[in-house]
Design a protein around this ligand. Structure first.
Ligand code: MG
Length: 280
């Protein structure tokens, strides 16, 4: 499962309130023209830092202007496309947005809907469709409804960051700092396993299988894998984990790769006992 940062759009990533007021029936603060899309200062770098750290970046945006007849669906998509291109290729993973509003004028979109923030619907749909682990994800927004929506979806309140002037987190860069600093492993375990005999990891297939298996165990257990290094005779892995979790990880990796290796090598084991130079 993936970790995500859910991002409100207007006044979190792009200017909205400070744009010239759009003509009615749009409200001040509605972004109605792709040409008006401007990133707020620091947003591009902040998003890139989060993306580089492995987070999926997902927009969740109320667009009640659709229900009010102020903006069409294609224009919302064009504005989102403009935002994608300003952020750079591959930065945004997906955009969820809610056209519904209970007090609209366009019949099709005029009703309550759980996608409308502070409802949780957009995050819950994203989690299901994109395989997101909400318990390890974050949300950033400039309105309390952004925060309430994420909490309602099941995010931990301390992972829901209200940003903007007058808050302890003034902008996206400060939010990225908060997320990336908290993501630093509090502890790290570095462990080495030596091959029982010979140099089996000189074989590219064996080496690739061992490394892929370590990645799969990290993915399944949620234990972050900091580094994997292999020479022809030994494997060194670093985990963001305490000693107990590190030992469990190593035992599982040893068991799984021994089973795989043994089936292909006349019952021989790949690994001996863990080396005495395990460090924590
Ligand atoms: Mg906003």
């Amino acid at each position: 499962m993936h970790q995500a940062v859910f991002l409100d759009r207007d006044e979190t990533l792009i200017r909205a309130d400070s744009l010239p007021p759009p003509p009615p029936p749009a409200n001040p603060g509605d972004v109605v023209d792709p040409e008006q899309v401007q990133l707020l200062p620091g947003v591009q770098l902040a998003c890139k830092r989060l993306k580089d750290a492995g987070f999926q970046l997902i927009i969740y945006s109320n667009q009640g202007g659709v229900a009010r007849g102020a903006i069409g669906l294609r224009t919302v998509e064009a504005i989102n496309d403009r935002l994608r291109s300003l952020l750079g290729p591959g930065i945004l993973d997906s955009c969820y947005w809610c056209p519904f509003h209970p007090k609209g004028k366009v019949a099709q979109w005029t009703r309550p809907h759980d996608w409308q923030k502070p409802g949780p619907g957009m995050l819950i749909s994203a989690a299901r469709e994109l395989d997101i682990d909400l318990s390890r994800s974050w949300a950033i927004g400039d309105r309390q409804r952004d925060i309430d929506s994420a909490i309602a979806a099941g995010l931990s309140p301390d992972r829901c960051l209200l940003i903007g002037p007058g808050t302890p987190i003034p902008d996206m860069n400060a939010a990225a700092d908060r997320i990336l600093n908290s993501n630093q492993p509090a502890t790290a375990a570095t462990m080495r396993m030596r091959a029982l005999q010979g140099a089996p990891l000189a074989d590219p297939r064996t080496r690739a299988t061992v490394i892929a298996t370590a990645g799969a165990i990290a993915e399944r257990t949620g234990i972050p894998l900091i580094a994997v290094q292999a020479d022809n005779e030994s494997l060194t892995i670093s985990l963001a984990a305490d000693r107990l979790a590190g030992l469990g990880f190593l035992a599982e990796l040893r068991r799984a790769t021994n089973t795989w290796y043994s089936a292909r090598n006349n019952g021989d084991s790949l690994w001996g006992e863990p080396a005495p130079d395990q460090r924590f």
